[in-house]
Design a binder for this molecule. Structure first.
Ligand code: 0A1
Ligand code: ZN
Length: 846
């Protein structure tokens, strides 16, 4: 366990390492509790560095011996690493350490999962494998020999040679240590082949545990699609003879882009129609693409230091979202991304965890793999592309690859290629990287003579890291509609750079209706009393049409919560028309029926000066769902029937859209029929999308318990499906029962709390259940805190991430605040608390 003494690291303090690394040779002698790692590393003094201290990171290592140029040395060892006197000329460092993979429950470094060995080195896990300058600006080629009885022995790069009990790998591309990987185990390969645009033949493998072979085909196809797409759209070709993916059951995140050897959480790669939902398939396709795309944006061009994390993550998320838009429906992808952004990133940006896309300080870098770095980081790239145009974007990115291939770079390097290739000054735009907080954009309109004028006023609320925000460059895509719904002016991009700015549109014979922030062209909160009912009926921009439905629904829900008003009939009428419109994509219509998350309503109430009451919010949403069922009642059954897929299951956009609309109808049907149709769907379902949706609707109905029992009996041996079973029961619990339901599940014999997927499925679901987590008696808070305290010494990373459930605590009433505060204090005062969790709780309490 780590020392909790907080040490803050600052971007401004960056200095290069005093040595360059020319070659790394590693030998692993695998044994579950006593693996030996021998390293042979060629160092040379770095002429660009002033600080020549020879410090190698190393944690939880037992050093057996160390040598410099063949002579035994006695380095000075601390809990963080070692220092040693070294010559001022090139030299060879050798060492042997012993590590304990079986005892490694933090899942960082080399660890065991379901009987196999695997590694996770990003961000700072390599230092738990051997002594090394574990920082991304130190890059080297790696040659790795693995000795072990396991039939499959894998590392990065190309295979060199192998025999019984050993294998050797060489990665010719210099890389930082965080991209190192090793996997060993009894694994089955699902093979594939790919020929690159220049004729390089690449062997592909998806390695899984025996029994999972039938869940590989989709992932393999997604990988090939990603490889083709990156060649076609970004001109990026794969650069090794082999590309391996391994599925592991115990993993803190989704997946990891280790060079040539991606390691995936099994939930992020294994899929079959019977066990995975349409949403799972789409997520898997996106994550495979994301990790593959990192080969160029992250691996070939990496980060100088961890403050530059968004350099690889923002760009790679942006690229994977482009991929999904091309593979599926662009409007549906954009709407889903914005729902996610508002749910996670806006919450972060508006609370105590707010930080810039490029943070300027941290205690534990693992705490900065955030929605801000990833998702807002991607939004910033999207804005840049909107501002310079698609062609200029492509040219700038080409220049980035040409200029920086093989380097460890900064956001300055990234912005510079855009400045150099377009001639634009992006100085102000860079504030998107340095300022925290979500800008609010207030819009007012005037119409005089035949000139229509829009005035924008921007304001970013101050936050701990950005106490005095300056105006941002905000690209606002907008259009004007005429009274009959036709376009009076097609989409234009306005560039807002000042606090207040007006734009005039002369030659308007009648007052137009504006459609502002089309495609959600910037991650801002728009404050505009638009004619949402009109836009819902007529907007030509699919995003804004959806946004209008959302705004109407939200306005109506807020009026119910505050004044007990009945659901808004204009919203329900508009919704009815859109849902009935067979010319629209079913997936899009399904999104139209969705309502804002209860936590989003709480955020809006808080932002407008009210204290949110989670129970009142829950009741208002329930009343709205009832009103939807009533408004749509004549079409529920016909649309449900019309969207049953009769062809063989394919997880593509067309079929999954139909199932999404069918299931949206079924949710409302179940409110009326007590579950008869849902039971029928459950009984006949041949795919998980339909089985799980039906099960969810039955929970709470009379048939619920029987269905849950049947589901468990059917799927008890499939971990990924059982995660759904655990999660769904918490999600669907009544607010008063959520904590009890979660408690009961933690006592289930299959509740393996050391497995991050199972822990998240159960306790993460509680944290996401707004009214349940915020139950008045504090039971939700207490239960989560109990489990976080228990998990912290075992897995600090997952514990720390889940602390964010408490980040919104200041929104609530005094009683709830007191209850949460008590839990935060309790966690904070736990002896030996990890640095990860201590930092998170410290920031949340601020
Ligand atoms: N780079 C990965 C994310 C990742 C980060 C840290 C990890 O270790 C716990 C694992 C994965 C990505 O962006 O996919
Ligand atoms: Zn990534």
């Amino acid at each position: 366990m780590r020392d909790a003494a907080p040490q803050t690291i600052y971007l401004k303090d960056y200095t290069p390492f005093g040595f360059t690394v020319e070659e790394v040779h590693l030998t692993f002698d695998l044994a579950p509790s006593a693996t030996r790692v021998t390293s042979r590393i060629k160092f040379a003094p770095n002429p660009d560095a002033t600080d020549k201290t020879f410090f190698l990171h190393g944690e939880e290592l037992t050093l057996r011996w160390a040598k410099i140029d063949g002579e035994t040395v006695e380095p000075t060892i601390t809990a963080e690493g070692l220092t040693c006197n070294v010559p001022n000329i090139p030299f060879v460092w050798e060492s042997e350490v012993q590590i304990d993979p079986a005892g490694n429950t933090a899942l960082e470094g080399l660890y065991r999962s379901s009987g196999m060995y695997c590694t996770q080195c990003e961000a700072e896990g390599f230092r738990k494998i051997t002594y090394y300058p574990d920082r991304p600006d130190v890059m080297s080629t790696f040659t790795v020999r693995i000795n072990g009885p396991e039939p499959v022995l894998l590392s990065n790069g190309n295979p060199v040679a192998s025999g019984k009990g050993w294998a050797e790998w060489h990665d010719p591309w210099p890389k930082p240590a965080y991209l190192f990987a090793l996997v060993a185990g009894e694994l089955i390969a699902h093979p594939g082949k790919f020929t690159t645009m220049n004729g390089r033949k690449v062997e592909l493998n998806l390695y899984v545990r025996p029994g999972d072979e039938h869940k590989c085909a989709f992932g393999m196809q997604a990988l090939k699609d990603s490889m083709v797409w990156d060649e076609k759209v970004y001109g990026r070709e794969y650069d090794l003879d082999i590309f391996n993916i391994v599925a592991v059951d115990d993993f803190n995140m989704g997946a990891m882009e280790n060079k040539g050897l991606n390691v995936f959480n099994s939930s992020a790669v294994l899929a079959s129609p019977e066990t995975s939902t349409d949403q799972n398939f789409e997520r898997i396709e996106a994550i495979i693409a994301h990790e593959y795309f990192h080969n160029w944006t992250g691996n070939r061009i990496t980060c100088r230091d961890w403050f530059q994390l968004c350099l690889k993550e923002g760009l790679t998320v942006y690229r994977d979202s482009q991929f999904t838009s091309d593979m599926r429906s662009a409007p549906v992808k954009r709407i889903s991304d914005v729902i996610d952004l508002r749910g996670r990133q806006f919450t972060e940006d508006q609370g105590p965890l707010a930080h810039p896309v490029r943070p300027e300080s941290f205690q534990e870098i693992n705490n900065f793999y955030t929605a801000t770095v990833y998702e807002k980081g991607a939004e910033v790239i999207g804005m840049l592309r909107t501002l310079v145009g698609a062609d200029a974007y492509s040219k700038a990115v080409d220049l980035y690859f040409d200029r920086h291939d093989g380097q460890a770079c900064t956001i300055e390097d990234w912005i510079q290629v855009f400045e150099d290739s377009t001639g634009r000054d992006l100085g102000q735009f860079k504030r998107w990287y340095s300022q925290a907080g979500t800008p609010h954009l207030k819009v007012t309109e005037s119409y005089e003579g035949d000139t229509y004028t829009l005035t924008f006023a921007q304001h970013t609320p101050p936050s701990a890291t950005t106490p005095d925000p300056k105006p941002q460059v905000i690209p606002v895509a907008m259009g004007l509609l005429a009274a009959d719904g036709s376009e009076a002016m097609g989409t234009q991009v306005l560039e807002i750079t000042k606090d207040t700015q007006s734009f005039s549109f002369p030659g308007q014979p009648a007052r137009p209706v504006p459609s502002i922030l089309r495609g959600f062209s910037a991650p801002v909160v728009l404050d505009h009393s638009a004619d949402h009912a009109f836009l819902l009926a007529h907007d030509t921009d699919p995003f804004n049409r959806w946004e209008s439905a959302r705004a109407l629904a939200k306005g109506s829900l807020m009026a119910t919560i505050r004044q007990g008003k009945a659901p808004d009939s204009a919203y329900l009428e508009g919704l009815t028309k859109v849902v009935a419109d067979d010319s629209l994509d079913p997936a899009y219509r399904a999104l139209m029926i969705g309502l804002p998350a209860q936590s989003e309503l709480a955020a809006s109430l808080h932002a407008e000066g009210d204290v949110p009451d989670p129970d009142a919010i829950h009741l208002a949403v329930d009343a709205m769902r009832e009103a939807q069922a009533e408004a749509l009642q004549d079409m529920l059954h016909p649309l449900y029937d019309a969207h049953q897929v009769t062809q063989d299951y394919v997880p593509d956009a067309a079929q999954s859209g139909k199932r999404a609309l069918g299931n949206a109808m079924l949710a409302l049907i179940t409110r009326r029929d007590g579950g008869a149709v849902a039971q029928a769907q459950y009984d006949t379902a041949t795919n998980m999308t339909q089985q799980l949706a039906a099960l969810g609707f039955l929970i709470g109905a009379e048939q619920g318990d029987a269905a849950l029992g049947a589901f468990e009996a059917q799927w008890k041996d499939d971990r990924l499906v059982m995660d759904k079973w655990f999660g769904l029961q918490v999600m669907k619990a009544k607010p008063d029962d959520a904590a009890d339901t979660a408690t009961a599940l933690t006592r289930h014999h299959d509740f393996n709390w050391k497995n991050p997927n199972r822990f998240r499925a159960t306790l993460g679901a509680l944290a996401m259940h707004h009214a349940g987590f915020h139950a008045k008696d504090g039971s939700g808070y207490a239960l989560l805190a109990d489990w976080l305290i228990k998990l912290d010494p075992v897995n600090p990373q997952t514990t720390a991430r889940m602390c964010s459930a408490f980040q919104t605590w200041r929104r609530y009433d005094a009683i709830r605040q007191t209850l949460i505060k008590a839990q935060l204090e309790r966690i904070a005062s736990t002896p030996g608390l990890s640095r990860d969790t201590a930092e998170m709780i410290g920031r949340i309490r601020e």
